[in-house]
Design a binder for this molecule. Structure first.
Ligand SMILES: [Zn+2]
Length: 376
């Protein structure tokens, strides 16, 4: 028998909503949520469709957050079934977005449906913050909705993001924070010339190598109780004219750092400059900060998640902050407690992305249990 959560997840996966296209997913959510008393507001920013839906005017406000967009499926011939025609094999549903993260959105909606039926006059308020631009540039998605909410003084107390946080089984891992991410484009200048006249050139590749070596082996910090140590990775090096006999005029290097709450971005920028200056380079550097780190401390939201996961699965959850950035980076600065709890993440963005149907039911029960604990 098809459960309501499975049915809704399947309807959502059936829509080809590759970023930033919502492909009508949010309309399905609006119909379901309006039927149980949510007031729905579509916030369109350029080509991105966002949904803010709220039930109740009181606080505290628990907001379920997520995205209807998915990454492209990749080579179709490698999929065992059409990525946009969900198929069930051996109790597992396959399709793009099955884990990241249409199934969690479905689980959130059905959890609310059951909860509201039991508690039509619940405490506080419930909201949905859904975007169609999480996997892309994320410039017109959650960040803009949060700006609009802040501008009218609407505050989220607890944000529960359905990103696939679990490792082996649903609820075994939650994310109560994320590292910050900072990228740099470094251009090292030299003097171009003939390889046969080394005294007339200044080789930017030779100058870059020892400096990059120092940068790469620098110990930024030891991490802390919640964060792994800051990691720096060089992702691109470009230099050269293509000819064997020409020393290039400059070398370009791109690198990225995922950093913890031990640091502020400006400390990383300062230390990088100190290291580069030691090598007496002529250089320019441009930084782009794509997310600040955040950490949700002990409190009602973490407690409710722990308790709900224990109640439904019998498991003790592990709190982690690993992985890249998430839309939590836009919500946390408002002062909200932010937690990510969703399905197993081993197939996300891959060919044959999938979710286990029993685990999907458990996820919906966990969300309902959290609603009971926080607003029941
Ligand atoms: Zn996602």
């Amino acid at each position: 028998m098809t459960s309501p959560t499975q049915k809704l997840a399947s309807d959502l996966i059936g829509r080809q909503s590759v970023t930033p296209d919502d492909a009508g997913c949010q309309q399905i959510l609006i119909e379901r949520l309006e039927a149980i008393g949510f007031v729905c507001e579509t916030m369109q920013f350029e080509d991105v469709t966002n949904l803010w839906a709220r039930r109740g005017q009181e606080r505290p406000l628990l907001a379920f957050a997520g995205h209807t967009d998915v990454v492209p499926p990749g080579p179709l011939e490698k999929w065992h079934s059409d990525p946009f025609v969900p198929e069930i094999r051996d109790g597992v549903m396959y399709g793009r977005g099955a884990a990241d993260m249409k199934s969690s959105i479905a689980a959130m909606v059905t959890a609310c449906e059951r909860f509201v039926q039991k508690h039509p006059e619940h405490f506080g308020a419930i909201a949905f913050l859904i975007t169609s631009d999480e996997e892309g540039k994320a410039e017109n998605g959650t960040v803009k909705v949060i700006q609009a909410l802040e501008a009218r003084g609407e505050k989220i107390d607890w944000a529960l993001i359905g990103e696939p946080s679990s490792h082996d089984h649903v609820g075994d891992v939650c994310k109560n924070g994320r590292r910050g991410s900072i990228g740099a484009r470094l251009v090292i200048h030299g003097i171009q010339g003939h390889v046969a006249y080394p005294h007339k050139v200044d080789n930017p590749i030779h100058r870059a190598m020892p400096a990059l070596h120092d940068l790469a082996r620098h110990q930024w910090d030891q991490g802390n109780e919640f964060f792994p140590p800051t990691s720096m990775q060089i992702s691109n090096i470009n230099a050269g004219t293509g000819a064997h006999n020409v020393v290039p005029g400059h070398a370009e290097v791109l690198f990225n750092m995922l950093y913890s709450t031990e640091f502020e971005a400006r400390h990383i920028q300062q230390t990088t400059r100190v290291i580069l200056d030691k090598h007496e380079l002529d250089y320019d550097i441009e930084w782009s900060i794509s997310g600040y780190p955040f950490l949700t401390a002990e409190g009602e939201l973490l407690n409710a998640a722990r308790q709900a996961i224990k109640n439904v699965t019998g498991r003790n959850t592990d709190l982690q902050t690993t992985g890249g950035t998430s839309d939590g980076r836009f919500i946390a600065p408002t002062g909200a407690q932010v937690l990510e709890l969703g399905p197993v993440n081993d197939s996300i963005h891959k060919i044959n992305e999938h979710v286990d149907l029993q685990e999907l039911e458990a996820l919906s029960e966990i969300y309902q249990n959290m609603l009971e604990l926080l607003l029941g």
